[in-house]
Structure formats: structure tokens, C-alpha cells
Design a protein around this ligand. Structure first.
Ligand SMILES: Nc1nc2c(ncn2[C@@H]2O[C@H](COP(=O)(O)OP(=O)(O)OP(=O)(O)O)[C@@H](O)[C@H]2O)c(=O)[nH]1
Ligand SMILES: C[C@H](OP(=O)(O)O)C(=O)O
Length: 217
């Protein structure tokens, strides 16, 4: 299955600016991208980075500097839209979109998403706060509308086009790393480059009071 991995190089991870400098945010975002690409490949997916600028990565890259929703919809148009060859009666191959900030992604978790996407027309992993961390779609009319509670919007879009919808419950894929508190999840559960990057940068868990968070030594 082709797996599109959107990746922004333009001021990435701005909500981590209290914890990381701009260069560090770029380095950490890249570590997360590498973890996601490795997990996708190990799950049997064929990753393609959809980036705002060229990225030096050992995988196919499409550069599209339009906003996220427009860039992903252009990719869906190309893969799910009808053309003369497939015709309207032939179901498109499922395509996945997996965000590059899912630092806890594992092949097993992605495999469950891919399997759900072979059963339903649209299978979505919601993030905390109602975002859309990953999905698989095979319905020709499914298009995205990111930001805000986009999980609810995508469920609604699926209903409007008559697509069979599945919510995929995944702690690992449901954890997108947006804010400093999310760094604790990476240190607790991460097994790849992102967790190593944080440890090398001096981050450690702080369980001294209340919700576990991170400190930098
Ligand atoms: N191709 C593309 N990817 C994007 C764009 N904006 C965000 N992304 C990617 O989409 C995923 C989710 O991004 P967000 O968490 O919403 O935004 P972010 O830029 O990573 O972080 P913030 O600046 O803190 O909002 C990440 O993999 C980003 O790299 C965009 O305009 N184009
Ligand atoms: C792209 C956006 O990500 P978030 O802002 O929720 O991290 C969304 O999932 O709609």
C-alpha cells in the first residue's frame, strides 16, 4: 500500500518552541520522520514523503508547497480520482496518509491500520484532541479537511459520500507529538531515533509531581 507522509520543513513543530530551539525542532522533526518511514516500510507499506521543500531522504519525495489540506487532496485526486483507465466501476487501491510526527509508530500498529483500511472505505486513527493522525481511504470521493477537530470532519465527509467508516483505536498512532508534555510519551514508549534524540539532547522524565513530564539536564 502506498503511504503518503506529509512533512513540513517550514518552522516545524512550532508548539515545541518552549522546549526546543528552531534548529533542534528541525532535527527532532527529522528524527520522527525517519522513525515513521522505517515503521511504514517494516509494515509492508511503500512510503512517499509529501514535503513543503526538498528533503534529503532515502525514499520517494513529492514537493508541494501548498497548505497541508490542498497538498494531501492533490495526492488523493491523483490516486483515488476516476480517470479513463480505471473507470468509475473499478474501486481504487487504498492509499494511506500517515503524519510524520507519530514518533511511537510501530509496524504492528500500522499493520492494524492497513488491515482496517482494506475492510472499510475510510479508516481513521484519531489523535488526542480530535486530529487525524493517520488514515487509509479507498473511496474515490474521499478528500480531507485538516485542522481543528478534523477527525469529526472526516467522519462527516465519509458519511456524506456514503463511505463505510472505521475508527481505529491506537495508543501509538493516536499520539502525535505536538507539545512539550508529549515528549514524555516518546521517552516512555519510544524505541527509535526520536527517543534517542531526546535523550542525547538531555531530556529525562520528571515524575516528581502530578502528570509525568520532561526536564532537560
Ligand atoms: N506537506 C505538508 N505537511 C505539513 C504541512 N503542515 C504540517 N505538515 C505535516 O503534517 C503533520 C501534522 O502537522 P502539525 O502537527 O499540524 O503541524 P507541525 O507543523 O508539525 O507543528 P506545529 O507548528 O506545532 O503546528 C506533520 O507531519 C507535519 O510535518 C504542510 O503545509 N504541508
Ligand atoms: C493536521 C492536524 O494536526 P493537529 O493540528 O491535530 O496536530 C489535524 O490532524 O487535523
Amino acid at each position: 500500500m502506498e503511504v503518503i507522509v506529509p512533512f513540513s520543513t517550514d518552522r516545524p513543530k512550532s508548539r515545541l518552541s518552549d522546549a526546543l530551539s528552531p534548529d533542534e525542532r528541525a532535527g527532532f522533526a527529522r528524527a520522527m520522520l525517519d522513525d515513521v518511514l522505517d515503521a511504514v516500510s517494516a509494515a509492508g507499506g511503500e512510503p512517499r514523503v509529501l514535503a513543503t521543500d526538498p528533503v534529503d531522504v532515502d525514499r520517494p519525495v513529492t514537493v508541494d508547497d501548498r497548505p497541508l489540506t490542498d497538498a494531501v487532496n492533490a495526492a488523493l485526486d491523483a490516486r483515488l480520482g476516476h480517470d479513463d483507465e480505471t473507470g468509475p466501476d473499478e474501486a481504487p487501491e487504498p492509499v494511506a496518509v500517515v503524519m510524520a510526527d507519530l514518533a511511537l509508530a510501530t509496524p504492528a500498529a500500522l499493520g492494524r491500520l492497513f488491515a482496517a483500511g482494506r475492510e472499510a472505505d475510510v479508516a481513521v486513527v484519531p489523535g488526542r484532541g480530535g486530529g487525524t493522525n493517520a488514515f487509509v481511504a479507498s473511496h474515490p470521493d474521499f478528500r480531507v479537511d485538516y485542522h481543528g477537530a478534523s477527525y469529526l470532519d472526516h467522519r462527516e465527509i465519509a458519511a456524506e459520500i456514503g463511505a463505510a467508516f472505521a475508527a481505529v483505536d491506537s495508543q501509538r498512532l493516536g499520539t502525535d507529538v505536538d507539545e512539550p508534555v508529549d515528549l514524555a510519551e516518546v521517552l516512555i514508549h519510544g524505541e527509535g531515533r526520536s527517543a534517542a534524540w531526546l535523550r542525547e539532547a538531555g531530556f529525562a522524565l520528571d515524575a516528581s509531581e502530578g502528570r509525568v513530564t520532561v526536564v532537560r539536564e
